[in-house]
Write a protein that binds this ligand. Structure first.
Ligand code: SF4
Length: 185
């Protein structure tokens, strides 16, 4: 009998809950693995959990998550149905009690989990939300040059977009997500 996506993903969740592969495990209240639908054709990858995500155990649940949900709904997505949300790293990077970007070692230690999630979910489209997510796929041009473009990666369409926190007008973020909606239909 074929093991379901859910079972495969649950196995990863269990591994992450006890992972000590980098120092970020010391900040972990809850591991932050995913939300949304594992059968969706779109994965959206952010950077790392923030304070609220660490407490709740789900990605994109804070203020920027709400902004993102609003934009996705506005372009016609049902976020929980149409998208599988996750981050590059699964535990919260923090300095002086404030969120920070994950460093190279932390990303290298954690990226195996993201790769496993992509392998299991098998998306047609990956939305790369912010710089950290885009760099994982070796897209090194600045976001201002590549946001909203479609880049092929092993048959998957990669679409870099601005993070909801980025100081860019909402119209730009909206238009990029609209392109994703057009591709998906
Ligand atoms: S961030 Fe990733 S690699 Fe580091 S402890 Fe958490 S799950 Fe493990």
């Amino acid at each position: 009998m074929e093991v379901s996506k859910k079972n495969k993903l649950n196995k990863i969740v269990k591994e992450i809950e006890t992972c000590q592969a980098c120092n970020l495990c010391k900040n972990r209240i809850k591991s932050v693995v995913s939300r949304g639908n594992e059968n969706a054709k779109i994965i959206l990858i952010g950077e790392a959990p923030g304070k609220l995500e660490n407490e709740i155990g789900k990605p994109f649940v804070g203020k920027s998550g709400q902004q993102l949900n609003d934009l996705l709904s506005k372009v016609g997505f049902n976020p929980e149905q149409d998208i599988y949300f996750c981050n590059v790293v699964k535990c919260r990077p923090v300095r002086n009690n404030k969120d920070r970007k994950p460093n190279k070692q932390e990303i290298e230690a954690c990226v195996k989990y993201l790769n496993a999630q992509i392998e299991i979910v098998k998306p047609e489209i990956i939305i790369l939300c912010g710089n950290t997510a885009k760099k994982i796929f070796k897209i090194n041009k600045p976001l201002k040059m590549v946001h909203g473009s479609c880049i092929d990666y092993k048959g998957i369409k990669l679409i870099p977009v601005y993070h909801p926190r980025a100081s860019i007008i909402d119209e730009v973020k909206f238009n990029d997500l609209k392109k994703v909606k057009k591709l998906r239909g």
